[in-house]
Design a protein around this ligand. Sequence first.
Ligand code: B12
Length: 207
Amino acid sequence: MSTFEEIAAAVISGNAKKVKESAEQALAEGAAPQAIVNEGLIAGMNVVGVKFKNNEVYVPEVLISARAMHAGMDVVKPLLSDADVQDKGTILVGTVKGDLHDIGKNLVRMMLEGAGYKVIDLGVDIAPDKFAQAVEEHKPQVVGLSALLTTTMSSMRSTIERLKGYPVKVMIGGAPVTQKFADEIGADAYASDAASAVEKADQLMAS
Ligand code: B12
């Protein structure tokens, strides 16, 4: 097994200590930091994403793998120059106004980070104006809105209204949200889980 494969395998099994050690070993062997990210850490998270989608692993395993991935990122991040950082794009995520659920949104954030996006997480209970301010400040290409309550789905509509005129695509998700609702409120994409969120983000970035 190559050191990159060892890193990916340790991310998949959620072994943060092993990820850190293997990342350090790869650096000692002269591997480029960016290659460690792409061929080790992201490669591992991609496998986790597919397994999650196929119900082969569940939320706790994904969180543990994401933590392992972050342990590797901590090793290589100081060595990545700005020019090295893969510029896949910036995505802003947040749970809409009135809604405090963040477990799903956090998973989406981790999977997007694992796929190489820069993610800005605004947190929970985010009002439309706050999303708009953050869009002005961070200039993301995509905004991801999460809602878990049927009563806060209307906040998605008002957030999309508020973001009209800004050059951003809006992707929505959360247990009560459907493709039909996304179409109704004019969202650019809907995804039912964190792995599909990455696929949809890739499509939005390319469109
Ligand atoms: C955990 C939980 C809580 C926790 C939240 C903790 C936290 N930090 O998030 C606490 C206890 C705080 C809570 C509070 C409440 N809750 Co609650 N909660 C849940 C519960 C059990 C699990 C939700 C969860 O985390 N699921 C796991 C994650 C991984 O799944 P997910 O969020 O759906 O996310 C996935 C996808 O939807 C998608 N996704 C999510 N976000 C996004 C965003 C984007 C952009 C994309 C693309 C995809 C995407 O990807 C994720 C990963 O695959 C659900 C029941 C259930 N089984 O769903 C009820 C539930 C959502 N809660 C409910 C209710 C009613 C409440 C309360 C009103 C209860 C009360 N009376 O006080 C309060 C509301 C507080 C508020 N203002 O938000 C109801 C909602 C009913 C409805 N139809 O609106 C549910 C369905 C329970 C029920 N059956 O009654 N809750």
